[in-house]
Design a protein around this ligand. Structure first.
Ligand SMILES: NC(=O)c1ccc[n+]([C@@H]2O[C@H](COP(=O)([O-])OP(=O)(O)OC[C@H]3O[C@@H](n4cnc5c(N)ncnc54)[C@H](O)[C@@H]3O)[C@@H](O)[C@H]2O)c1
Length: 260
């Protein structure tokens, strides 16, 4: 029997790339999908090289575009013939105080963080249901999906929406044995996304840019930022059979910063 197939949306860089590699190391075939098709292809090639066999393939997709996501599902289905695990990791964050927040940034955040999750979950759920696969859908969310985030109204609103979507999908798909969960991450301090927000955070806090990381570490009871490996560890559990009784959950990976 061929091994399970994971699809990682936003797999072309940073966390998504790390999760793609980690899933491959844990026995999955991996469809690496990203808006940046060249990055997706590069990560897939790296996986194949490291594993010494062709278990990964790169795909270009715009997760916010319905036709593009439908085409992705068809292409993944043609290439791998099954879909067991969808990881939705694509996300964008653009920060501004609310009085200056451009509508286009708000809409862009909702499109990538929420609408894309809806479209991908819908199309890959269809394949799981068609094949009678008790699959897994896992959204990469954020602590900003449980607690408001200053100057991040677009991001936080979209991530909160993701929690409602996860709970609703979990109800829709429960009778098929498909589970749906969100992972609520703390700050990935070394990621380009966090680093790109440092100038705005410095302004918001009234401190020099080189002190921002420490302020964010000090907010965490376990006194460090979230690592990509922390996310992979929890993802592998919720993707596994061991988590078959868990669905509709929003699981904190925040070092104790968020406790509900
Ligand atoms: N970086 C952090 O500190 C942090 C904290 C909490 C949660 N998260 C969440 O983790 C996830 C990954 O974040 P990251 O830091 O790796 O971000 P990143 O920007 O480094 O990577 C995101 C990837 O998504 C892709 N993408 C963007 N729009 C897309 C679209 N329309 N269709 C397909 N792919 C698209 C990008 O090309 C990129 O490869 C996001 O959902 C983010 O909200 C990040």
């Amino acid at each position: 029997m061929s091994s399970k197939v994971a699809i990682v949306i936003g797999g072309g860089q940073t966390l998504g790339a790390f999760l793609s590699q980690g899933l491959a190391e844990n026995g999955y075939q991996v469809a690496v999908a990203d808006l940046n098709g060249a990055n997706a292809e590069k990560i897939a090639q790296e996986i194949n090289h490291k594993q010494g066999k062709n278990i990964a393939q790169g795909f270009q997709v715009d997760a916010t575009n319905e036709q593009s996501v439908i085409a992705l599902a068809q292409n993944v289905d043609r290439a791998f013939g099954r879909s067991d695990l969808l990881v939705y990791s694509a996300g964008v964050a653009k920060a501004s105080p609310i009085t200056q927040f451009p509508l286009k940034d708000f809409e862009f955040s909702v499109a990538v963080n929420l609408t894309g999750y809806f479209l991908c979950a819908r199309e890959f759920a269809k394949l799981m249901v068609r094949d009678g696969i008790a699959g897994r859908i896992i959204q990469i969310n954020s602590k900003s999906g449980k607690v408001g985030s200053k100057h991040n109204s677009g991001y936080s609103a979209a991530k909160f929406g993701g929690v409602g979507l996860t709970q609703s999908l979990a109800l829709d798909l429960a009778d098929k044995g498909i589970t749906v969960n969100s992972l609520m991450l703390g700050n990935l301090l070394k990621s380009p996304m966090f680093q790109s927000l440092i100038p705005q955070y410095a302004e918001k806090l009234g401190i020099p840019e080189d002190q921002v990381e420490q302020v964010y570490i000090d907010k965490v009871p376990l006194k460090r930022g979230c690592d990509y490996q922390d996310v992979l560890n929890v993802l592998l559990f919720y993707a596994s059979e061991k988590a078959s009784y868990c669905t509709g959950q929003s699981i904190n990976i925040t070092g104790g910063q968020v406790m509900f």
